[in-house]
Design a protein around this ligand. Structure first.
Ligand SMILES: *[C@@H]1O[C@H](CO)[C@@H](O)[C@H](O)[C@H]1NC(C)=O
Length: 221
């Protein structure tokens, strides 16, 4: 009998904690197709953002075409990220999801970065990628793998990760991200390319580098 009481208590606790949800509340409507604020006179159904009048919503609000086209990778990193977020598909508004295509030249790199608001699920369509993510303090453990076409990998929200084309051909991947606006923090750009710059003394100490190296890096970014 005591055991049953204990079980009931555990179930009640579990229920209570699911009410104190740490995620976004569920939508109160089928969709809230984002509309420009300038059109707000005609906009109704405010839910954080202005939503297009459902009567005026069309299939094209949920549509994007041309994602199959290779992107130009002739830049310093040899990679090109195309993010399909709410700015590209207004129908994604409030729906907690977005999509990215990444093109890699041979040796192309999507440099260490993180998404503050989105877990990423990456599918390799073509080529061979060395990928990895690092856990938070104190372990800073690296999880890494070489992926080929058809392989899928998860990058948990907020953790620093990268993708590097280690094959001899171009590579292409598609990622789903669990936010309409996952956010992007590229570590090197944030640290060495901030505007205005972080004091070189701070970076010299933080990265245990020669100050000349720090000022060189700050010029680069
Ligand atoms: C990515 O590719 C598009 C289309 O090919 C191009 O317009 C854009 O400049 C490229 N971005 C970078 C960072 O190379």
């Amino acid at each position: 009998m005591k055991g049953i009481h204990f079980l009931v208590a555990v179930v009640l606790l579990a229920l209570a904690s699911s009410f104190a949800s740490a995620s976004d509340p569920a939508s109160l409507q089928d969709f809230c197709v984002a509309i420009e604020q300038s059109d707000s006179e005609t906009a109704v159904f405010v839910n954080g953002k202005f939503c297009k009048d459902p009567k005026l919503v069309t299939a094209n609000d949920f549509f994007f075409s041309g994602f199959q086209n290779p992107r130009n990778t002739k830049n310093q990193l040899g990679s090109n990220v195309t993010l399909l977020n709410v700015d590209m598909i207004p129908g994604l508004n409030t729906l907690d999801i977005s999509l990215a295509r990444i093109d890699f030249a041979p040796n192309g790199l999507n440099p260490p970065h993180m998404h503050p608001r989105g877990t990423e699920l990456l599918l390799v369509l073509d080529g061979t990628l060395l990928i990895g993510f690092v856990t938070s303090n104190p372990d800073n453990r690296l999880f890494t793998k070489v992926l080929n076409a058809g392989d899928v990998f998860v990058f948990p929200v907020g953790l620093i990760h990268f993708q590097f084309n280690v094959g001899h051909t171009n590579a292409v991947s598609i990622s789903a991200l669990s936010s309409q606006n996952p956010g992007l923090i590229v570590i090197a750009n944030s640290v060495f390319g901030s505007n205005p710059p972080i004091s070189a003394n701070v970076l010299t100490k933080a990265f245990q580098l020669d100050k000349n190296v720090v000022t060189y890096l700050q010029q680069k970014f």
